[in-house]
Design a protein around this ligand. Structure first.
Ligand code: ATP
Ligand code: MG
Length: 748
């Protein structure tokens, strides 16, 4: 016991050893919140106050949940596998699986990730003949998820105009379709579990009786429904221990609500908020940079962080002419860090947007540096893996239309749009699934195997007399059914292997010119299944499929190997590294374009920046590129305002300085007129970045007039010739991209 708590400071000690009562720990990055939470779990168990069974702990990412379990296991000699420690989604999934009947779900219900969900929505909009310009599928998706996160079913959404009426109609249709297919999306996991507990008193009391202690990490990022779920589960009995940091709230755009903190204080009668002020993670310069930056935000709850460590090294800043140059700079520095003895897994490359990783990956690959990408294109989201999972899903649940549509003609088996439409019409007529429609349409044919499960698989040759589409559809049905029968009897990894071979996926990718990577990923899927069987309590196909929807699949791809860690800043939340490279510090990228027109948008980006800076323990690199290829276009950039919010005295510029020509007052709350260097001798002047004649008269920072929008200032330029565009911040209407050829700008 004493070893558990001997290293804690007095405030941490107080938090860890609190009696059975709800509490809120509000503290800055690196102050030990997660450590306190984990230690409290171990302490409660070890001191006999609760059994592992009576604890529920929620964290934000699977990686964090896994780390929490590892930490607990290292402190206590217990088997942590049965413990309710996980993400909101993971825990709700677990609850719904255990009570699927009460929740109105089939036992093998499948989980749609957001790409699957979008595919379903697109399909439904087509069926409804909706105008997708007027009702973009993504907007419909956002509407549905947003409603769910507020706890609202389609029938409960308030209709205030015709547009909303349409949206609600889509939502309703989507709800019906998901119920029919037995699939749930991410938001549904939570809403359904919430409804289950609300409706079913018996279950509610069961769980309330079970969980004595509920612990929540990253509390600032819980949304409304998550909070309500916690409250419902806690009832009057459980002690809820929440830790968070308002300065790290980075999901406001997805409904996370720091207002939950206020409600929590009230609802759970929190008399005293515990604050932790000592930072154990970072050296002084890094901490000072983060503290100074975040002071530019308004409405903070306000905290002070200090460290007993020294200042450490200055923060290194690099101004790259291009994104390629930035990447090669990073590669060189990583090599020298490695030469100094820093292991690769202790070095993180962070970026604001996933699209930035491509150039970095390319450079790392060429330099033969091992790396692993977290988040982003998650393993389970890769096209070939999605196809493979669709086969498995259909085998587990033939009602899953989405899975069926994905693979009915992949690999190609001669099933055209017409046959598919016929099937869809048939399904619509019957009000059932496509699989059922297939049975109905072809079921009388002797060659078709009904979905009975106890017949021997029939060989495809028997269908050869049929016409092509018919043969295709029937062949497909026979294939799924026969694979299902075989796989039922095989251990999971062998079942996956069997499916890969017999579905034709392996043959398909083998024949593809660039299929080698995809084949390798398919192989990884077998490894993933093997790993899953070793780790999980429930090693059924259904459990594996939920795992695939909920997990980022990060343990795949060379898991044992020491590798650099690449991820977005969002995914880096809660983590720490010896060295951190934060790349792409450019206006428009970080802060992100989208944030600039939204109320509170830049403040949220600043919190994200605070998260990024505070991931570093010892060394921090900040870099930006004057030009960058993104989404197929070259963008010309000015450095992020956030760079200018960090005191000069903490920075070390890795190249000679020159006076900058950008007007700093255009950068919002940035420090005024610092004249920071952004220029490297010999590199083309940043203020005349566009090199062709159409655009050369314009430069970033220039004041302009537009006939309709009035006066503005150029903040970004990109493209060449007829494509040359500038982004102008207008006093009246905010920022706008304009094609130079048409914009008729005049210098002001
Ligand atoms: P974040 O806000 O980024 O999630 P956090 O507040 O959760 O940060 P932790 O990750 O728990 O912080 O702790 C940061 C680091 O400080 C960890 O390496 C942790 O082990 C270490 N640490 C925390 N408390 C102490 C302590 N009392 N003595 C030594 N090290 C500590
Ligand atoms: Mg933490």
């Amino acid at each position: 016991m004493s070893s558990l708590i001997s290293e804690l400071n007095p405030e941490q000690f107080e938090a860890v050893t609190l009696p059975h009562q709800s509490a809120l720990v509000l503290a800055g990055a690196g102050s030990g919140k997660t450590r306190v939470l984990t230690t409290r779990i171990a302490y409660l168990i070890q001191s006999g106050q609760v059994s592992p069974h009576g604890i529920l702990a929620v964290t934000f990412t699977n990686k964090a949940a896994k780390e929490m379990l590892i930490r607990i296991a290292s402190m206590l000699p217990i088997d942590t596998r049965g413990m309710w420690v996980g993400t909101f989604h993971g825990l709700c999934n677990r609850m719904l699986r255990a009570h699927h009947q009460d929740a109105g779900l089939p036992q093998a219900f499948q989980i749609l990730d957001s790409a699957d969900q979008l595919a379903v929505i697109k399909r439904l909009l087509k069926v409804l003949d909706a105008d997708d310009e007027k009702f973009p599928p993504r907007q419909v998706q956002w509407f549905i998820n947003n409603a769910k996160e507020e706890g609202l079913r389609a029938s409960q959404v308030e209709i205030y105009d015709d547009f909303a009426r349409k949206m609600v109609e889509f939502y309703l249709f989507y709800e019906q379709q998901c119920n029919k297919e037995g699939v749930v999306d991410f938001a549904e996991l939570l809403l359904r579990s919430y409804e289950l507990l609300t409706r079913n008193e018996h279950l509610r009391e069961h769980y309330r009786g079970r969980f004595d202690h509920i612990l929540v990490d990253e509390f600032q990022d819980t949304n409304r429904l998550q909070y309500k779920w916690l409250k419902l589960l806690a009832g009057n009995r459980a002690a809820v221990f929440a830790v968070g940091d308002d300065d790290q709230s980075i999901y406001a755009f997805r409904g996370a609500n720091t207002g939950n903190m206020k409600d929590f204080e009230r609802d759970f009668h929190i008399s005293k908020i515990i604050k932790l002020e000592q930072n154990y993670r970072s050296h002084g310069n890094i901490l000072d940079a983060a503290n100074t930056l975040i002071r530019n935000n308004s409405g903070r709850l306000g905290k002070n962080l200090w460290t007993s460590e020294g200042h450490g090294e200055p923060i290194r800043v690099y101004n790259a002419p291009t994104d390629f140059d930035e990447a090669s700079f990073i590669v060189d520095e990583v090599k020298s860090l490695r030469a100094e003895g820093v292991v690769l897994s202790q070095i993180a490359l962070l970026y604001r947007s996933n699209a930035q990783s491509r150039v970095l990956e390319h450079a790392l690959f060429n330099a033969s540096l091992a790396y692993r990408v977290y988040g982003g294109m998650r393993f389970f989201e890769r096209q070939e893996i999605k196809h493979a999972l669709a086969y498995l899903r259909l085998m587990a649940n033939p009602e899953d239309d989405n899975a069926l549509l994905r693979i009915i003609n992949f690999p190609v088996r001669g099933i055209g749009m017409r046959s598919l439409e016929q099937l869809q019409d048939e399904a619509k007529r019957q009000g059932g699934s496509l699989w059922a429609a297939m049975q109905q349409k072809y079921g009388n044919d002797a060659a078709f195997i009904p979905n009975s499960g106890d017949q021997a698989p029939i060989r495809l040759e028997s269908n050869q007399r049929l016409d092509k589409p018919r043969k295709g559809v029937e062949g497909f049905a026979v294939l799924i059914e026969s694979m299902r029968q075989v796989c039922e009897k095989l251990p999971l990894p062998e079942a996956v292997e069997h499916m890969l071979e017999h579905s034709g996926l392996v043959a398909h990718y083998r024949a593809e010119r660039e299929g080698a990577d995809r084949l390798e990923n398919l192989n990884e899927l077998i490894n993933a299944a093997t790993g899953f069987v070793h780790e999980a309590e429930d090693d059924s196909l259904t459990a594996f499929l939920s795992h695939a929807s909920l997990e980022a699949g990060e343990h795949q791809a060379g898991s044992g190997q020491d590798a650099l860690q690449l991820m977005t800043v969002h995914s880096a939340k809660g983590l720490e590294f010896h060295s951190v490279f934060l790349s792409g510090l450019e206006e428009g990228l970080f802060p992100h374009d989208n944030s600039r027109n939204e109320a509170g948008g830049v403040e949220e980006e600043r919190r994200l920046m605070y998260v990024a800076l505070t991931r570093a323990r010892r060394r921090l690199y900040l870099s930006f590129a004057q030009s960058r290829m993104l989404h197929g276009q070259t963008r010309y950039n000015i450095p992020s305002r956030f760079l200018h919010e960090i005191p000069d005295s903490l920075l070390k510029w890795l190249q000679p300085m020159q006076k900058a020509t950008i007007r700093n007052e255009d950068w919002g709350r940035g420090r005024q007129g610092s004249g920071r260097v952004i220029q490297e001798p010999g590199v083309q002047a940043r203020t005349s970045n566009i090199r062709d004649s159409t655009a050369s008269q314009w430069r970033i920072g220039q004041n302009v007039m537009h006939a309709k929008f009035g006066a503005g200032v150029i903040v970004n330029c990109e493209g060449h010739g007829a494509d040359a565009r500038v982004e102008v911040r207008f006093g009246r209407i905010g920022t706008k991209w304009l094609l130079l050829e048409y914009a008729k700008l005049t210098p002001a």
